[in-house]
Design a protein around this ligand. Sequence first.
Ligand code: MN
Length: 387
Amino acid sequence: MSKTKEIKNLRKAAERIKKAIENKENIVVYGDADLDGVSSVIIFKETLKNFGADVKAIYFPDREKEGYGINKNGLNFFKKYAPALFVAFDCGIGNFKEIKQAKKMGFEVIIVDHHEILDEIPVADIIVDPKQKGDRSFKYYAAAGLSLKLSEEIFKVFRKKMPESIRQNFLELSAMATIADMMPQEDENKKIINEGIKYLEKSWRPGIQALFELEELRGLNLFQKIYKINSLLNVRDVENGLPAAYRILTCLSKEEAKILAKKLYNKGEERKEKIEEIINDVEKKILNKNEPIIFEGSNDWDLSLLGISASYLCAKYKKPVFLFKKGKSESQGGVRTPKGFNSVEAMKEFSKKLLTYGGHPQASGFRIKNKNIEDFKKHLLKYFDKK
Ligand SMILES: [Mn+2]
């Protein structure tokens, strides 16, 4: 295995966070609402706790109402803490306008993201993203893998040894998130996953215990359990602005964790039915079309289920799949493509008419004005027809 090269700006970020801790600056954290974003935020928050600090506020966008990435609501939520250090996990690299706005509001911005670099990079103060120019590290960390590396680096700049119990615990979260985000299980990720899953079933976290002890999971092997639990942790269930994954993974009471685990299980079953409905809907729509991509939208679908529905359709039809929820004037969608088809590159050429877009080559998203949808489809048909 090649010796791992340093992640660009990781040391710089750790030093800046150390300074913020020492100067008792406000620190606010913005995370994506999926398991990867949530795990990243938990690792970061618990790292700060180790140094007697804490985050002042956390914001996760609601995947149903707000979609993906940094948005105005989140910035307004943080407003009263400015000036502050603003750290974004698992999002931010495509939020050009929002980061500019955050800077104007008095935030110093650190982005820790693993999504593709778009035509420009945001005006953040420090960017950690292995996809950026000049980064020679491993390219396929999940955000929670980067958060783990950042945590290790923070311990280093404080010249403290990371306690073994904490390291193991962060590895559990990082391993689950790396699997959930479908990052390639190679190199550094392989190390994180192999070590992390060893500790999972013995986790001290009541939430992880409760999920593993779910009656309905009995009889499954470890990997089957992990996949099932990951899908439950991505069920949308928001309370006080906090997604269920965050609540259950930070819950300190086993009793509460058990109730929430059961609730997620039941919601997961309902979710399956809704996903099937979306898939059936799409299959009806494409019945008489023979196009190189699947590009469909509806105002009935749940935005938060489009990614997973697109995944299924992409695997079945082996075509790029674009599904979107139609709003009054704007639409927002999820994209999945087979290996060899880069969805981010495909959208880059149309970026002027997209409100936001980005993600990974095989899994991404977009927001667009409804009046541009037809042109977008034409562009994509042309783009993928060449391939
Ligand atoms: Mn991620």
